[in-house]
Design a binder for this molecule. Structure first.
Ligand SMILES: Nc1ncnc2c1ncn2[C@@H]1O[C@H](COP(=O)(O)OP(=O)(O)OP(=O)(O)O)[C@@H](O)[C@H]1O
Ligand SMILES: CCCCCCCCCCCCC/C=C/[C@@H](O)[C@H](CO)NC(=O)CCCCC
Ligand SMILES: [Ca+2]
Length: 543
């Protein structure tokens, strides 16, 4: 379609068949949508419908088959020409499906004109991927990764004309190592089919590769890391799928595939974890010491149980009720306006994350100016903790739809540090149960939560035994309670659960890197039944 005078975008308006009726169909480039309305007088007319062009998956010329030709009086006519528009249909609970509408007419030229115009508009959607590198973990979750990809995802990618190179992993770290070898720059994105562990592998591969190619030393905890612009798509096929759930609102392979196809982009904070100037891991979801570390350690021995292992180990760990003594030092995240106790949630187009993006852009303009981190005040907390959790996103997942920190932001450059102090089993259970209902899980005297940009932790044991990373608040503690197993104090360290993988060191130094990477997602959309979703559901009724 050519531009109209004054730079206005054109409209294509035709009378086309859809289902049994004739509709006035408009391709309105100005408003970015394909719309059709019943041309009959208002009282007899059905609802008007539209699909945003940004939510059209593909357009195809269609052979009109016998079933489709059963369209009343039109049946008697000569050859019909048709095209099918595949588009995203938004269902409940953030679930997306691929729906289609086949428009027909007698005029072959008109049909071609429509197909051409729609295809041209799809070509203009520049953020959509054309070539993807896909890693499938055949052993993640319920071991369904390969089937899920082949049956639910690959057909959609091929409908959207996305070409793929697929690697089925043969061992742990296969994907990560491979990302250091392949020409990643020829891809528009990397897709991982699996759980949070598989995502973590791909993320480590991509971030590591970017730093290597830019000559950045990952072992330097203060290094300014290079952002990774190659987006990652997650097709959930794991046990927790927390990263997918927290960034899309549901863990559903078809929904995720559609977000990839539309070329969504969601920046994500990444925390780096170091010990004694040695890089250990990156984390985007949960860094947990105590309760979640112990669950993970126990559950690793029960991998054969699949996702159930977490319920089994969760129950066992809850009963053991171990607490751990240690010191935490943190720097509050003063750059962001939000607080972990906010009622507002991080949703698509989040204002707080946008502000952080602006600050980040300003910072990179002023690169060279010294980071003030060192000059800012550190807060130090010592105590006995059942759990120390640092989350850079809400960590919503099917087990806990609001997550460990419901008001955490995906891309604000901060993490929420949740400290659960020693308390009774009953109180700890009350705290856990609040992750599954609407009550505030931070409203307990034994729970504290802080929004931080970095923190350090040393367990009392490692303070006693080894040289630690702490310069702040370093003091020797009294003797540990070794003689009273009933009091639940642990004479051994817990382990850190870093996005579902254990870390070897208990003393860690953690720093949040604002928006270090990007996902094929758009964050969780507000729960309103929006205009488009409403119209689209009425399309179904009309067909
Ligand atoms: N072919 C393979 N054989 C064995 N392990 C693999 C293979 N491919 C990947 N892995 C490893 O399996 C681990 C777990 O995978 P994944 O995250 O997909 O499933 P999960 O642990 O069931 O789910 P979640 O992480 O959501 O709890 C990953 O850390 C990854 O390194
Ligand atoms: C009596 C009912 C109490 C119910 C309490 C439910 C609370 C659930 C909170 C779940 C938080 C998950 C945080 C995500 C962590 C992931 O990075 C990690 C890797 O997949 N998963 C686990 O460590 C697996 C962690 C599994 C925890 C059970
Ligand atoms: Ca964050």
């Amino acid at each position: 379609m050519e531009r109209l005078p004054g730079g206005r975008r054109p409209r294509l308006v035709s009378s086309l068949g859809l289902g049994r009726r004739s509709w006035e169909v408009t391709l309105d480039e100005e408003r970015g949508r394909l719309a059709w309305r019943d041309p009959r007088p208002p009282r007899r007319a059905g609802e008007n419908c539209f699909v945003p062009i940004s939510e059209i998956i593909a357009v195809e010329e269609t052979e009109f088959n016998k079933k489709q030709r059963n369209i009343g009086r039109w049946q008697k006519m000569a050859k019909l020409h048709a095209f099918t528009v595949y588009y995203v249909k938004k269902a409940r609970n953030h679930r997306w499906r691929c729906s289609d509408a086949t428009f027909w007419c007698e005029d072959e030229h008109l049909c071609n004109q429509w197909t051409q115009a729609l295809k041209e508009l799809l070509e203009m959607q520049k953020s959509r991927p054309k070539q993807l590198l896909v890693y499938i973990n055949p052993y993640g979750g319920k071991r369904q990764g390969k089937r899920i990809y082949e049956q639910k995802v690959a057909p959609l990618f091929s409908l959207a004309s996305i070409s793929t190179d697929v690697v089925i992993t043969e061992h742990a770290n296969h994907a990560k190592d491979n990302l250091f070898e392949v020409n990643i720059y020829k891809y528009d994105g990397v897709v991982c089919v699996g759980g949070d562990g598989m995502f973590s592998e791909v993320m480590h591969g991509l971030i590591g590769r970017m730093q290597k190619d830019s000559g950045i030393d990952q072992n330097n905890p203060k290094a300014s890391l290079v952002q990774c612009n190659i987006r990652i798509g997650i097709i959930p096929a794991g046990s927790t799928d927390c990263i997918c759930y927290s960034t899309v609102g549901i863990s559903d392979p078809v929904t995720s595939a559609l977000h990839i196809i539309l070329g969504d982009c969601q920046p994500l904070d990444v925390s780096s974890v170091h010990h004694n100037n040695t890089f250990l891991k990156y984390s985007v979801s949960l860094l947990g010491y105590g309760f979640y570390g112990d669950i993970l350690k126990d559950s690793e021995k029960k991998r054969w149980m699949g996702p159930m292992r977490y319920d089994y180990s969760g129950f066992k760990t809850f009963l053991s009720h171990h607490y751990y003594e240690g010191t935490i030092a943190y720097q509050p995240a003063k750059h962001t306006h939000g607080s972990p106790r906010d009622k507002e949630r991080c949703r698509t187009g989040c204002y707080i994350c946008k502000q952080s993006e602006k600050q980040l852009a300003e910072q990179s303009k002023e690169r060279g100016l010294k980071h003030e981190e060192g000059e800012e005040e550190w807060k130090v907390i010592k105590g006995k903790f059942l759990a120390i959790n640092a989350v850079s996103m809400s960590c919503a997942c099917p087990r806990s739809p609001k997550g460990l920190s419901p008001a955490a932001h995906l891309a604000d450059g901060s993490a929420d540090l949740i400290l659960v102090r020693k308390c009774s089993r009953f109180d700890f259970l009350r705290y856990l149960v609040r992750h599954t209902n609407q009550d505030d899980q931070f409203d307990f005297p034994f729970v504290d939560v802080y929004r931080v940009k970095c923190f350090q932790f040393t367990s009392k044991l490692s303070e006693d035994n080894e040289s630690n990373v702490m310069d702040i608040g370093k003091k020797r503690f009294g003797q540990f309670c070794r003689d009273h197993p009933a009091c639940c104090c642990s004479i051994v360290n817990s382990t850190w659960n870093c996005d579902g993988e254990t870390l070897d060191s208990s003393a860690v130094e953690v720093r949040v890197h604002c928006q270090l990477m990007k996902l094929f997602a758009r964050g969780i959309e507000e729960d309103c039944k929006d205009e488009a979703a409403h119209s689209q559901s009425s399309i179904e009724q009309l067909l």
